[in-house]
Design a protein around this ligand. Structure first.
Ligand SMILES: [Zn+2]
Length: 106
């Protein structure tokens, strides 16, 4: 069976959307990464895509809160702050800072 380049690109795009939907989003060494988790189906998707696990993501930066291992995907509630935070630290920033400093103290 021969496959057109168009069809192959479509299949890879579909697999990539599976990876983004079900992959585990975290931060490793200050880099936002997408991981296959211990999931054999996702590991197969990673294999076909030719991705390393963890897969470095350039579309997102880590949440700027110290010690946070989530992606910065949400704009801060503060209008003068244009950094992107995780869902935990984007809204209630005062509580987030307290939690982060507690985590650092431990
Ligand atoms: Zn955060």
């Amino acid at each position: 069976m021969t496959m057109t380049a168009e069809r192959e690109a479509e299949l890879l795009e579909a697999l990539e959307s599976v990876a983004w939907q079900y992959g585990y989003r975290t931060v490793r060494d200050g880099q936002a990464v997408l991981m296959a988790r211990p999931d054999s189906t996702l590991e197969y998707v990673w294999h076909v895509l030719g991705w390393a696990d963890p897969h470095p993501v350039t579309e997102f930066q880590p949440c700027p809160e110290k010690g946070c291992r989530l992606w910065g995907e949400h704009r801060s509630a503060k209008p003068d702050d244009d950094r992107l935070f995780c869902y935990l630290h984007s809204g209630d920033n005062d509580r987030g800072e307290t939690e982060a400093s507690n985590a650092t103290a431990n």
